[in-house]
Ligand binder design. Sequence first.
Ligand code: TYM
Length: 333
Amino acid sequence: TPRILSGMQPTHDSLHLGNYLGAQVSWVRMQSDFDAFFCVVDQHALTVGPTPEELRRRTRVTAAQYLAGGIDPERSTVFVQSHVPEHSQLAWVLNCLTGYGEAARMTQFKDKAGKRGTEGTNVGLFTYPMLMAADILLYDATAVPVGEDQRQHLELTRDLAQRFNARYGTTFVIPEAHIPAETAKIMSLQEPTAKMSKSADNQAGNLMMLDAPKANTKKIKSAVTDTDNAVRYDPEAKPGIANLLRIHSALSGEKVDALVEQYAGENKYGALKTDVAALVAEVQEPFKARVDELVGDPAELDRVLARGAERAREVASATLARVYDAVGFLPAA
Ligand code: TYM
């Protein structure tokens, strides 16, 4: 069976609806057709400087959200990045294959470094994409289900894999980004031309999976729209309404065209918002209840992660051995 790998950073306690619709829904759908690996990328999260307690708590609660969203640990491998040391070992090799300018062109790095300034930016943020490439290449993943914002990192991963293969002989599978058509970029409710983002300044634009449904309903009711008053799908002229229609469609399974008909006429923005809020609450409530249960039994959760790490290491260590041999590292024994 072909493999997939994906991951999320435990930089916050709760996932937001963009993580859920842009990534997790594809993960759940794909886990029946692929040998799937889902990693909580705690080493990536260290780049934003969490306290040890925060990192521990967020790593567990992120793993719990993978399971609550429908990842079946009997079928898929769920694990924590730092449990598999091969990720950082391969990242070093990939660092030595990446041009400085190539890394400096990553837009996510430029955004973050731009906000923090050179002095406030750690080198981990700079080498982040090569660690991500290692996450993927260690598992010979053919597809990587992610949102639109990860496209450039996937391109770099492919370039590095091809460069390595050309230089040292075929070692890596070349992975493809698997980006959903309608939900690749869920927008902020407050600033509908910018993506919903955990690091956004205005958290009122984010729907958090673990917030009380009431809080999300309030955010949806005050979502920024426009003054035109008619529900139409026009992402350019009406980005707020387009975003609400896409969220509705993803959660209800109804086509956007059908929704536009359903909300035809004047003054239907309120009805659209009420229905979106109900749909969000409907997924969120059982999700949150399941997360509470899982986090309430950390020993069981840790057992799932230990099993996942064992299975992940089997695959990762074999790939790393191939790589070490290919580049000319002497065998240790
Ligand atoms: P992260 O933790 O920022 O986001 C997790 C996933 O959610 C997707 N996503 C979105 N999708 C739609 N609309 C949005 N507004 C939105 N915001 C986030 C992201 O595209 C992602 O799929 N670098 C990665 C983590 C990572 C990774 C990997 C992913 C590390 N190693 C290996 C795949 C494979 C990141 O920061 O995702």
